[in-house]
Write a protein that binds this ligand. Structure first.
Ligand code: AMP
Length: 376
């Protein structure tokens, strides 16, 4: 089966690696021919708006998908008009705009913090008055890894309104969302996969809730099942919320929804309509990885179990610099995944997974791993 993937970064590479044993042939639409996914499939090196390149990309494909959520909506629509595209265009455009995304969450009864759209100076002032400090101003679109976000605390001099206007001006007055800062004890994500077979009912499977720690807005470490949820209450809440979301979008494929944990409850932050960094542990720690299940879902094949094949699993990202592979492999049980990318500050270049029977057995190797990983 020929599968097209828009984007050829590390997520494409891991989709490619998952597709090979299933007999899939992956083709990536990616401007840079030397992209990480090139190691495991064919690359159509074209820009996302080049119709002639897009035609070459879709030629002979059974299905198509994408591995980043900033795919231009017109490109997605063009492909979806010719080849089944999963997840669908509605999920993509919803996730591309933080206001649309949070409005959908709210309409489905998924808790979100107070938020308001900021497109003019007057809206910036009104939003600041309604939401107050502390709050966070973020561009509505094209956001990732906390880029371009301003946290606004209670000013000692001047007004919150003035600070929000200043922050909006510093973001070149692009359309923004102002949301209240959520005091949280942890951040978690729920990764789910929904399939819609041609005959029969849609099925959704859920991986165990994953707890995530970020540095400078970039994911540093994930642990599953989430240590902050020993009784599984948050896991149950998250499953119910994500089930509503994927049903409302008639979603097909892997989705990740990130939440803040505050006073034992969840507040939804954002969704990613694709495989997700906080699910990389599933390659080594789950019966079927998020990548394989994404491919199975878009191909309308039966999904594999999302159960853990170990008691606990941790993933640490390699950001900005790659330690020696031999040194990482010296940590008992370490599984190293490198993306074939040059090191650059703030750039994800790989990850390492550890699995153990119990959280206690994970402690020493995880400490060892974290001490060897340099964040740059
Ligand atoms: P995002 O791009 O929305 O995922 O934000 C990146 C990171 O910034 C999140 O994972 C949080 O650690 C932090 N953050 C973003 N928005 C908020 C908020 N409203 N309240 C508290 N922390 C936030």
């Amino acid at each position: 089966m020929k599968v097209g993937v828009v984007g050829g970064g590390q997520l494409g590479r891991m989709l490619g690696l998952a597709g090979i044993p299933l007999g899939m042939h992956l083709r990536f639409l990616e401007p840079s021919p030397a992209c990480p996914a090139a190691a495991c499939g064919e690359v159509v090196p074209t820009s996302y708006d080049d119709e002639e390149g897009l035609a070459r990309f879709i030629d002979g494909l059974a299905v198509a998908t994408y591995e980043f959520e900033n795919v231009p909506a017109d490109t997605a629509q063009w492909i979806a008009g010719r080849v089944p595209l999963s997840p669908g265009v509605r999920a993509l455009v919803t996730a591309q705009d933080r206001i649309t995304e949070k409005s959908l969450f709210r309409s489905l009864g998924i808790p979100v913090q107070p938020f308001a759209a900021v497109g003019t100076r007057r809206e910036a002032e009104a939003a600041a008055t309604a939401i107050g400090a502390p709050c966070v101003l973020k561009p509505r679109r094209m956001g990732y890894d906390g880029k371009g976000q301003c946290v606004i605390t209670e000013p000692t001099k001047g007004s919150v309104e003035g600070r929000v206007v200043e922050a909006w001006e510093s973001l070149s007055r692009v359309p923004c969302i102002l949301e209240s800062f959520v005091e949280h004890t942890a951040e978690v994500s729920m990764i789910a996969v929904r399939s819609r077979p041609p005959r029969g009912q849609p099925t959704t499977i859920f991986y165990p809730l994953t707890e995530n720690v970020h540095r400078e807005g970039i994911l540093w470490r994930s642990i599953a099942p989430a240590p902050c949820d020993p009784m599984g209450d948050l896991d149950r809440q998250a499953r119910a919320f994500v089930q509503r979301l994927v049903d409302s979008l008639d979603y097909v494929g892997t989705v990740a929804v990130e939440f803040f944990v505050t006073s034992g409850t969840l507040v939804a932050n954002e969704m990613a309509p694709r495989v997700h960094n906080s699910g990389h542990w599933t390659i080594d720690g789950a019966t079927t990885s998020q990548f394989e299940n994404h491919l199975r879902a878009i191909a309308a094949w039966p999904l594999g179990s999302a159960a853990m094949c170990t008691g606990v699993s941790a993933m640490v990202n390699l950001v900005g610099c790659v330690p020696s592979t031999a040194e990482l492999l010296a940590i008992p049980g370490a599984r190293v995944h490198l993306y074939g990318k040059g090191a650059r500050p703030g750039r994800k270049v790989g990850h390492v997974t550890l699995c153990a029977d119990t959280p206690a057995r994970l402690e020493a190797p995880l400490r060892d791993l974290e001490s060897r990983v340099v964040w740059a």
